[in-house]
Structure formats: structure tokens, C-alpha cells
Write a protein that binds this ligand. Structure first.
Ligand code: NOJ
Length: 535
């Protein structure tokens, strides 16, 4: 075991790759990706050089929200395969040294989950209190003003039992009542089920939502709201998320996970960084290993803004808190569409050279873009609820582009979402053979990160740089690497970093400057990022 392996856990050294299973690879020709498909494509992930696969939900589900509406937490939906398929995938991934991280969706179930069917059956049902039922307000309307993340009131009226239930997302996704100890125990059993099977950890869905205000107080209006923002931002979520008591619950989940060897707990939390930090836990009550840091998804693509945000994030991390960075996921527009293909290369270099665990979204390694979805093929309910506002998530969930074969090699059937028009050139097979492709760049970045302890685990120091350039040094032991990223369309010149006599280019995003000597200054072409090994 190397010194790095001894001092850093796999989830610190490694790179996570998110697979959206519906869209990764379809092995049985029904047009929807499945577990056998993921298994068939492990070659790609091993060759690419990632360390862990996070699978978005594969549990039994009516698929109102792409599987984030779970009807059975301990089984696999037939569209994805069977538990035996899952076990086969787990064994095969482990044989290749790849970890498997499951998506755990504890905040809500499907309205078809047996727990909810029981809960809904009568106010006297023993499981009534497993969900959040409430009498109407005096005017007969919803109990308070909370809004669903997908638009509209978060309360759904149940005619038969004369009460409302709360759903932070779709009405088909009723929220569980995590204050109820039986709910906690039931969910802990779910975690044990998968941990005993050998999964390496969990990405926990909307973890900061688990506990709500006991008094169900109205949220205050958001004075900064404007129509471009998501519906939930009409109000400030003071009372329905990020409540103080959620921390004790998360700490309990963590202590369960800690009973198993070397597993990871990641949490999905969209909060300002100062709030995010509290989710690492406190002394004696650890919470998340990695509260997802989504800043790169949201910040304007500007060198000074991003540089400042990195510094601030680094400064706010609690002692022992390990950083992480996310550039794309199944809920946000693809990076190559947001900032363009040339800058997407620079972004890949940034993601894979920052201090902290990177998460790569499937397809971003080949430069996949958002795909326009004709109105009659829209799948996402967020889009169907609020059409045309740009909230829909289908564009970033389209089939992985494997080759120039029909349907990009994703399926022999009819794909559940349209395949990108550019698949004949933007695909794994074509890019594998191209020494200048986005895929080659990503593979080389991953290899460099693996080979250079400075990148995987070294310190981060920002280096002052002109306007459009973001520049920093990563340092570990005797290794020092300068990363200089031109986030703009004009050529730039970066001065020699303090303390370095000279250096040699290890990698350029243009893939054509290997080994070039750098002495006094470093010239960057438009949209170019460069990694220099300093001497
Ligand atoms: C966050 C997930 O990433 C998103 O896809 C889902 O719709 C909501 N949580 C509800 O589970």
C-alpha cells in the first residue's frame, strides 16, 4: 500500500462517476438502460480511470420521478433488472477495483409504497404517523404556504381521510416523518440490507430536508425572488429544510454506516457554503463525509468569481473536513452546453485538479451536450408542471453516446429519450481513437491525478493571475504542479509562480504541448488550461 493509500481513504483519493442508469446502456433492447448494461460497460469506466460509480436509483418504482419515488427500497425495478443482476454488477465492479455507491432516497417514498398505502388508508392506521398528515387551515386550504420544489403547493388533499399530506417534490412522493422512531428504524434496516450486500456507500437524496418544523410555520417570502428562479425560491425555506434537528438524525445514519468498514456517506444539499459546512458534523457527532459542493454548477463562469469561491470554500472547511467538487448531474444543464465545448475542457481540468473528491457526470467525459426535447417526448414532470421555463431535466439525461451506430449504440430498441444529433462524432468509440478528443483529455487528466499525489491529496494555493485566468499550485511532498486555466477567449500570459525556477508542461487541454519547457512566463491560448510540473 502506498503512503497515499495509507493516509487517505479511497473516497478522498478517488474520482466518482455518476451513472444515470436509465440512460447509460440498455442491454435488453427495451429502450431504457439497465444494470446488465452498466455491467457491459465497466470496461469503459475502468479504461477511463475512475474509482467509484454512483448509481442513481435502481429500486422498484412507478418512475414518477425517474426512480426517486421508491416503492420498495430492497428490490430492483424490473426495468433495471433483478437483485441477482445487481449482485453480479457489484462483484464485477469490485473485481476491477471499482466501488459502487447507491442513491439512498430517505426523505420521501412513492405514493405506491406499501407504507404510504397503509398510512393513507385511515387516520387510525398505525402507519398514519409515518408521513406528514395535517388538518386543513381554518379556510379549508393547505395547512401552510410551503411550496413543492416542482411547483405548486406542497400539500395534497386526501378526500377519503379528510387531511392533507406533505410532499416536498411530486404529489406521488409523500415525505416520510423522520421524527417517528419507527421510520428511522425501517430506513436503518434498508441501509443494513445494502451494506450487508457489500455496497461501498450512499449518496443521500435531499438529506437536509429530512426534518421539518414541528409547528409547520409558514415560510417567509423571499424578497429576492424573480421569475427565472426555481419555484421553491419564492419562499425562504426556513421551516421545511435545514432544521437544527436534522443533524442528530444524520449523525445516527452516519454511526450506522461507520459500523461497516470503509464506506462513504455523501449528501445532496443545495445550500450556501456556510450552511453546508455544518453537515460535516461536530466533534463527537460526525455527519457526512462529503456534503456535495455544487458551487461549480451555479457560479458564473468567471475566473475571479470561481477563484474567490474556491478560497472561501477551502477557508470554511472544518478541521478534518474533506472537500469535493461537482461539475454536472442529472438535475442541471450539462457543462458543455452551459459554457461551450472549448471551456468544457478547461472545466474538466479544473474539476480534476482541485483539492477534493471530484464527481464526473456520465457523458461529460466525451463532451455531451443538452439535447433539445420535443414537447411530445418530454418525460420529466418538472418540465410538464412548468413547461418552457427551462427547469426540465430531460436534456441532460439523454442516452450515453457510445458509438456512431444507430441510437449511438445505447439500445437496439427505441430510446426512452432522444439521442443527441451530434452522436456520430461525439461518442466514446470515435473519441477513444482521437489523441486530441475530450475523452482523451479526461482520461489523461484522470491518469495524472492518479499518478501525482499533489493532485490527489496535495495542498491548494491560489496564485494571482490576470482577469480571465485562474491559477493555483497543488503541492505534496516533492511534487508541485501549477494549474493555469484561461477561462476566456483571448490569449493570456501568466508570470512564473513564486519559488519555481522552471517547469515542464504535463498536460494542456489542447493536448499538444506535452513536455514543453516553461521558464519565465507561460503563454495560454484562448480557452486553454495547462498543468505544469514545477522544478
Ligand atoms: C434530488 C434528485 O437529484 C432529483 O433528481 C429528484 O427529483 C429530487 N431529489 C427528489 O428526489
Amino acid at each position: 500500500m502506498s503512503a497515499l493509500e495509507e493516509s487517505f481513504r479511497w473516497w478522498q483519493r478517488g474520482v466518482i462517476y455518476q451513472v444515470y442508469p436509465r440512460s447509460f446502456m440498455d442491454a435488453n433492447g427495451d429502450g431504457v438502460g439497465d444494470l446488465a448494461g452498466v455491467l457491459n460497460r465497466l470496461d469503459h469506466l475502468e479504461w477511463l480511470g475512475v474509482d467509484a460509480i454512483w448509481l442513481s436509483p435502481v429500486y422498484t418504482s412507478p418512475m414518477a420521478d425517474g426512480g426517486y419515488d421508491v416503492a420498495d427500497y430492497t428490490d430492483i425495478d424490473p426495468v433495471f433488472g433483478t437483485l441477482a443482476d445487481f449482485d453480479r454488477l457489484l462483484v464485477a465492479a469490485h473485481q476491477r477495483g471499482l466501488k459502487i455507491i447507491l442513491d439512498f432516497v430517505p426523505n420521501h417514498t412513492s405514493d405506491q409504497h406499501p407504507w404510504f398505502l397503509e398510512s393513507r388508508s385511515s387516520p387510525a392506521n398505525p402507519k398514519r404517523d409515518w408521513y406528514l398528515w395535517h388538518d386543513p387551515a381554518p379556510d379549508g386550504g393547505p395547512p401552510n404556504n410551503w411550496v413543492s420544489c416542482f411547483g405548486g403547493s406542497a400539500w395534497e388533499w386526501d378526500e377519503r381521510t379528510g387531511q392533507f399530506y406533505y410532499h416536498a417534490f411530486l404529489k406521488e412522493q409523500p415525505d416520510l416523518n423522520w421524527r417517528n422512531p419507527q421510520v428511522q428504524e425501517a430506513m436503518f434496516d434498508v441501509l443494513r440490507f445494502w451494506l450487508d450486500r457489500g455496497v461501498d456507500g450512499f449518496r443521500v437524496d435531499v438529506i437536509s430536508h429530512l426534518v421539518k418544523d414541528e409547528l409547520f410555520r409558514d415560510n417567509p417570502a423571499n424578497p429576492d425572488y424573480h421569475s427565472g428562479l426555481r419555484p421553491r425560491h419564492e419562499l425562504v425555506a426556513v421551516y421545511n429544510a435545514d432544521r437544527p434537528k436534522v443533524h442528530a438524525v444524520i449523525a445516527r445514519v452516519r454511526s450506522l454506516i461507520d459500523q461497516y468498514d470503509d464506506r462513504v456517506m455523501i449528501g445532496e444539499i443545495y445550500l450556501p457554503v456556510e450552511r453546508l459546512m455544518s453537515y460535516y458534523g461536530s466533534a463527537g457527532a460526525s455527519e457526512l463525509h462529503l456534503p456535495f459542493n455544487f458551487q461549480l454548477l451555479e457560479l458564473p463562469w468567471h475566473a475571479q468569481i470561481i477563484g474567490d469561491a474556491i478560497e472561501r470554500y477551502e477557508a470554511l472547511l472544518p478541521p478534518g473536513g474533506w472537500p469535493n467538487w461537482v461539475l454536472g448531474n442529472h438535475d442541471r444543464p450539462r457543462i458543455a452546453s452551459r459554457i461551450g465545448s472549448a471551456q468544457a475542457r478547461v472545466a474538466a481540468m479544473l474539476l480534476l485538479t482541485l483539492r477534493g473528491t471530484p464527481t464526473v457526470y456520465y457523458g461529460d467525459e466525451i463532451g455531451m451536450q443538452n439535447v433539445p426535447i420535443p414537447p411530445d417526448t418530454v418525460q420529466d414532470r418538472f418540465e410538464r408542471n412548468l413547461p418552457g421555463l427551462g427547469f426540465g431535466r430531460d436534456p441532460e439525461r439523454t442516452p450515453m453516446q457510445w458509438s456512431a451506430a444507430s441510437n449511438a449504440g445505447f439500445t437496439t430498441g427505441r430510446p426512452w429519450l432522444p439521442v443527441a444529433a451530434n452522436y456520430a462524432t461525439i461518442n466514446v468509440e470515435a473519441e477513444r481513437g482521437d489523441p486530441r478528443s475530450m475523452l482523451t483529455l479526461n482520461r489523461r487528466l484522470l491518469a495524472l491525478r492518479r499518478a501525482e499525489p499533489a493532485l490527489a491529496a496535495g495542498s491548494y494555493t491560489r496564485v494571482p493571475a490576470p482577469g480571465d485566468v485562474l491559477c493555483f499550485v497543488r503541492h505534496h511532498g516533492r511534487g508541485r504542479l501549477l494549474v493555469a486555466l484561461n477561462l476566456g477567449p483571448n490569449p493570456q500570459v501568466v508570470g512564473r509562480p513564486p519559488g519555481a525556477a522552471r517547469g515542464r508542461i504535463a498536460l494542456s487541454t489542447h493536448l499538444d504541448r506535452d513536455g514543453e519547457d516553461v521558464s519565465d512566463t507561460l503563454a495560454l491560448r484562448p480557452d486553454e488550461g495547462v498543468i505544469v510540473r514545477l522544478e
